[in-house]
Design a protein around this ligand. Sequence first.
Ligand code: SF4
Length: 275
Amino acid sequence: MEDSRPQQRIFIGLLLFTLLILSGVVVLLWVVPYIGLSRISPLAPIILAVCLGILLFLVLLGVALLVLTIILGRDLFLSHNLRGLVVQVLFPFMVLVGKVVGISKRRVQQSFIAVNNQLVVSNCHRRIKPERILLLLPHCIQDFDCDVKITGNIKNCRKCGRCEIKDLLELADAYGVQIAVATGGTLARRIIVQNRPEAIVAVACELDLTTGIQDAYPLPVIGILNERPNGPCINTRVDIGRVREALLYFLENENPTPSGSGNPDSCRDEGPASG
Ligand code: SF4
């Protein structure tokens, strides 16, 4: 896969900054009611301190595991659950913290996609049948002047070669994976429900990929950012080599499961999204 370490570093930096803020909040939560609690019972502040200490320790442990999984790129203890934590809980915080420290939403989204990909790769330990893999593309990859309707059925493409739909179709045919084009999140969700894939390789812009990864969770999604040489949403492109690499990852995954960890079914997480 492409070197995504710079994006991962942004995510880790934001995560550690969030941890610092959270630690401050926990200390405040203990200090502020300290005086009132000691009037109720001299033990009350100690009990509160122990509870907050346990909470902070668990958060620290989770963050340490997450950072190690990202850095090592290997399945560590509970790394499957860590992806859920990143996708469902941490990302909105990262956007807020990014705003505070002056990192644009777009860069935070890129870091989220890079970290998600890393965690999917770390989690996944079994091969998936080609027909259960979905290659999901944005409509803007199609040549703007092409009059063929490919959203309902991408196989309508005449493979004239004016845009990369031809190459992507040939790639999907070569590996036997499903392929579809979506014009937006609603159609993408419908395609996922209809095709019931076990894994998705999605090409899109930052916004669509981040919302798509969140919507599709717990399905494993490898997100690939499109290239926009003509500006957003028109005649966009994608690195075909990166798409092939992501497909091969799901098809041929032979990552050894570290002894004593990992779940042979972890690629599927908890099964296809049904909503
Ligand atoms: S390859 Fe040609 S026919 Fe197919 S979508 Fe692109 S421009 Fe249209």
